[in-house]
Design a protein around this ligand. Structure first.
Ligand SMILES: [Zn+2]
Length: 181
């Protein structure tokens, strides 16, 4: 397929490096500062592109393999997911569902397994800074859940020196109430 579209987009990989995405193919940065040279991400493929700013200025070499549109879609979906993990408090399960449900069948077949995506998602979540006192502690009830997604922050008297915080689920307390001791 011949394309006249010389624009491209950059997709960041899990290692933080950028890949150039154009016409259903991903290219890996090779060298260059002003003019950047990229090589097809299939190692043995000779296709190359040169870019200046946000335009492709030169393309050469033929791809010997078929285009793997699915791969590009997957890379974009993963990038969106990582961004979402960093910038929102969305539940991983819901976020993954939303970012992957509209992918093509080809892309879906290339997606990592659900639990791998969840792991990737959770790794992007930034860890909150260590508080220096109970007053500094930032507790957001909607983030404090048990593994089975039940609310675990039962009571918080608020940020003050004699702060009282209680963690329990409703079931925990019911269980306690039934205890004879
Ligand atoms: Zn290629």
């Amino acid at each position: 397929m011949v394309t006249n579209d010389l624009t491209f987009r950059l997709v960041s990989s899990s290692k933080g490096t950028n890949k150039l995405s154009h016409d259903g193919t991903l290219y890996i940065f090779h060298r260059g500062i002003f003019k950047k040279e990229w090589r097809c991400e299939i190692q043995t493929c000779k296709a190359r592109v040169h870019s200046v700013d946000d335009l492709i200025v030169k393309m050469f070499g033929e791809h010997f393999h078929s285009k793997e549109n699915g791969k590009e879609e997957v890379a974009i979906a993963k990038e969106n997911l990582r961004k979402r993990a960093r910038e929102t408090h969305d539940n991983p399960h819901i976020a993954i569902g939303e970012e992957t449900s509209s992918l093509s069948e080809a892309a879906k077949s290339l997606l990592p397994l659900q639990h791998a995506l969840k792991l990737m998602y959770k790794r992007q979540r930034t860890v909150a800074p260590i508080p220096h006192s109970v007053e500094d502690l930032e507790l957001n009830a909607s983030d404090i859940k048990t593994l089975s997604d039940k609310n675990f922050l039962f009571y918080d008297s608020g940020p003050k020196p004699e702060r009282i915080v209680m963690f329990a689920t409703r079931e925990n307390l019911d269980f306690l109430a039934m205890s004879s001791i």
